[in-house]
Design a protein around this ligand. Structure first.
Ligand SMILES: *Cc1c(COP(=O)(O)O)cnc(C)c1O
Length: 227
């Protein structure tokens, strides 16, 4: 078995264990393989081991990799910071965007989504770590941004995403995930049908699943340390 196939199996096993410990079904947590900086050959190895959903942060790198694996039926998620002048290739080549943090970006993605494609699946990124982190909308602005995304014709609002500042013990890691989960519950209670909590990376996977993550974004534990 290849290293990547082996790592994927270990990550899937871990997700299942932690979900069960939290009283959740393993199938309630999906795995996004974050392939940024890794070549298309690594994506192919992961795909051969059954992985379908891949996350990328850098637009040009991603567009090249998507073209290089076009013979496979993969689902691509854009998870990186998104500048207004880079929205078009994202609208054209991705199935999901997790990093919508302002209305201007959402409006451009909707306007630029090609007519022949299904709507773009969107998560609103929220800054749940305060001053320390620059990406994501303020928690107080998340509900209004969600309503605005939900009203755009070529986007489907799926949920919320966060990248908390790294904390080293599990209780420090759980606090920001719990904040995102409360916001998610409040926005759902307000009538928007969110179903996705995109949270948890290699170092804080357990904490995120314990707090209700429905999609974890894992790079290092699958592909190795990035240079
Ligand atoms: C790089 C990245 C990941 C994956 O991080 P690992 O620590 O390698 O698992 C997840 N989410 C986002 C937004 C990233 O930029």
């Amino acid at each position: 078995m290849s290293v990547i196939a082996n790592n994927l199996q270990a990550v899937r096993f871990r997700i299942g264990e932690v979900a069960r410990q939290a009283g959740r079904l393993p199938a309630a947590v999906s795995l996004l393989a974050v392939s940024k900086t890794w070549p298309a050959s690594c994506v192919r190895e992961a795909a051969a081991a059954g992985q379908r959903a891949f996350g990328e942060n850098y637009v040009q790198e991603a567009v090249d990799k998507i073209a290089a694996t076009a013979d496979l039926t993969l689902e691509w998620h854009f998870i990186g910071p998104l500048q207004a002048n880079k929205t078009r290739p994202v609208a054209e080549h991705f199935a999901w965007v997790h990093s919508v943090d302002r209305i201007r970006i959402a409006e451009r993605l909707s306007a630029q989504r090609p007519a022949g494609l299904p709507p773009l699946q969107v998560c609103v990124q929220v800054n749940v770590s305060g001053e320390a982190s620059k990406s994501g909308c303020a928690p107080d602005d998340a509900a209004a941004l969600c309503r605005a995304v939900a009203a755009l014709p070529n986007l489907v609002l799926r949920g919320l995403m966060a990248i908390p500042e790294p904390g080293d013990d599990e209780s420090a890691q759980r606090a920001p995930f719990r904040r995102l989960r409360s916001l998610f519950d409040a926005i759902r209670a307000g009538g928007l049908p969110l179903d996705t909590l995109s949270m948890g990376m290699t170092h804080d996977l357990d904490a995120a699943i314990a707090e209700g993550a429905t999609m974890v974004r894992i790079g290092t534990a699958i592909f190795g340390e990035r240079k």
